[in-house]
Design a binder for this molecule. Structure first.
Ligand code: GRF
Length: 201
């Protein structure tokens, strides 16, 4: 770690396997970054437990009363938390809420996400089922910038995962997750150390 080491905040809603891959890459020295905050919209999310195990700052953010909305107040609070943590860039790792203003304006160009399809194919929820239903031979995962339109920002890296005969959601999901865990740390290293990923204000 040096004075130029990027300060990242990680947002996640689930098990946190992508976060673990990122944290392990930092520990191994293949990803030069510091996790300054882990935020989850679920108080019992695995990602928060993984952050606690690693003694990393972590917080539950109440997303508001409507399960299908990310309340405006919560987005304002999230922007405040990230500012307070002096994050340079925001890493979404299985974060299932849609970010809007002020997050997207304040952090424009500095929010990255991983999605379980080869974008622009199969945007939005349940991309793995969408790929299975389409009957295509190859799917995969994509690292991309977060913009207002869901899963539509600049594509930074992709990894292919071939479908196998008889694949179901249960058999395909772990292979896509493994591809994500391999891709995200290296894509982050490249992006965080390229001009534009931080200090764009
Ligand atoms: C990943 O498949 C990611 O693409 C999707 O949610 C999953 C997160 O898994 N958006 P985890 O919480 O990182 O284990």
């Amino acid at each position: 770690m040096s004075a130029t080491t990027p300060r990242i905040a990680v947002l996640g809603s689930g098990a946190g396997s992508n976060f673990v891959a990122v944290a392990n890459a930092i520990a191994a020295g293949t990803l030069d970054a510091t996790v300054v905050l882990v935020v989850s919209d679920y108080s019992n999310a695995g990602i928060l437990k993984h952050a606690a195990d690693r003694d990393l700052p972590h917080v539950f953010l109440d997303p508001g009363p409507n399960p299908n909305r990310f309340a405006d107040e919560a987005q304002i609070e999230l922007a405040r938390l990230l500012r307070e943590a002096r994050a340079d860039a925001i890493v979404c790792a299985g974060f299932m809420r849609v970010l809007k203003a002020p997050m997207l304006t304040e952090w424009a160009g500095r929010i990255i996400n991983i999605h379980p399809s080869l974008l622009p194919q199969f945007r939005g929820r349940d991309a793995i089922s969408q790929a299975l239903a389409a009957g295509i031979p190859v799917t995969g995962c994509t690292v991309h910038l977060v913009t207002e339109e869901i899963d539509s920002g600049e594509i930074l890296a992709q990894s292919e995962v071939p479908l196998l005969a008889g694949d179901t959601k249960e058999t395909l999901t772990p292979r896509i997750n493994a591809a994500e865990r391999a891709l995200y740390p290296s894509a982050l290293q490249k992006w965080l150390h390229s001009p534009g990923s931080r200090n764009s204000e």
